[in-house]
Write a protein that binds this ligand. Structure first.
Ligand SMILES: C[S@@+](CC[C@H](N)C(=O)[O-])C[C@H]1O[C@@H](n2cnc3c(N)ncnc32)[C@H](O)[C@@H]1O
Length: 253
């Protein structure tokens, strides 16, 4: 994707994340599933102390080479951040999953781990493909001839899915897995981790974006491509009663 990320990243995902994070100078940010560290220069420009964690040694090497001056990069598993050397409990004012949470399983362990890393009052931002409208291989654009309208077709939504992908790379290809889950899994997962949702953004990609570019296929601008959620770590687990009531009821299938 190059040093600064792909076009969707640069133009839509990164700005949405920065808006939700509201970083202030001197704050510490943990980027979970940081990949090649696309977010690091933006965090550094905001004056934040950046730490990126990723399970891939290869991507962390690349991130250090490209963005090492913007912060530190650690190899670690998002499900077990407490076992990552260099990370401590309650050390971060902010944490983010930038297009990474849908590549991770299990969700409950990953969100609990992010909660462990956050200070009281800290904020967690999740930026993902919109789980209601962008279900890999189970959604797409269609053309309604009678009404002369483009529509978004959703074939499957409530059932979780894991979707194998083949990624073409310079010098070969790689296989990855991504996970579709319904929106309630994220909302209730955040609650179970002891966090409280306090903001949400739904980001549509404009149909005509300057020149007639690849964005032209992205519908009327009414169907969002990305979903951003922000949650706060407030009080203790006991005060929040995580996992009680609706959260427990809806997540159990
Ligand atoms: C689609 S990439 C996004 C990378 C980066 N946030 C970005 O926006 O460019 C997803 C990343 O999640 C990482 N990942 C997947 N499972 C992980 C886990 N359990 N722990 C840490 N990183 C993980 C992958 O190695 C990959 O770098």
């Amino acid at each position: 994707m190059g040093e600064r990320g792909g076009e969707h990243h640069r133009r839509f995902a990164v700005p949405a994340v920065l808006e939700l994070l509201e970083l202030r100078p001197g704050e510490s940010l943990l980027d979970i599933g940081a990949g090649q560290g696309v977010l690091a220069p933006h965090a550094a420009a905001a004056g934040a102390n950046y730490t990126g964690v990723d399970a891939s040694e290869r991507l962390i090497r690349l991130a250090r080479r490209r963005h090492g001056r913007c912060g530190r990069f650690l190899i670690g598993d998002a499900r077990r951040l407490r076992s990552t050397p260099g990370l401590e409990a309650a050390a971060f004012e902010a944490a983010v999953f930038l297009l990474s949470i849908q590549d991770m399983d299990d969700l409950e362990a990953v969100l609990a781990s992010a909660g462990w890393a956050l200070r009281l009052g800290g904020r967690l931002v999740l930026l993902m493909r919109h789980p209601c409208f962008r279900i890999p291989r189970q959604s797409g654009w269609g053309w309604d001839r009678s009404r002369k309208l483009e529509y978004r077709r959703i074939d499957r939504y409530l059932s979780p899915l894991h979707v194998p992908n083949r990624v073409e790379l310079r010098g070969g290809s790689a296989r990855t897995l991504s996970f579709h889950r319904p929106l309630s899994d994220y909302v209730n997962g955040v609650a179970t981790a002891g966090l409280v949702l306090d903001g949400m953004r739904e980001i549509a990609v404009p149909r005509w974006d300057g020149e007639r570019s690849r964005f032209a296929r992205e519908g009327s601008g009414e169907i969002p491509l990305f979903l951003g959620l922000r949650a706060l770590k407030l009080g203790t687990r006991g005060e929040h009663r995580p996992g009680s009531g609706l959260a427990r009821h809806v997540t159990s299938r």
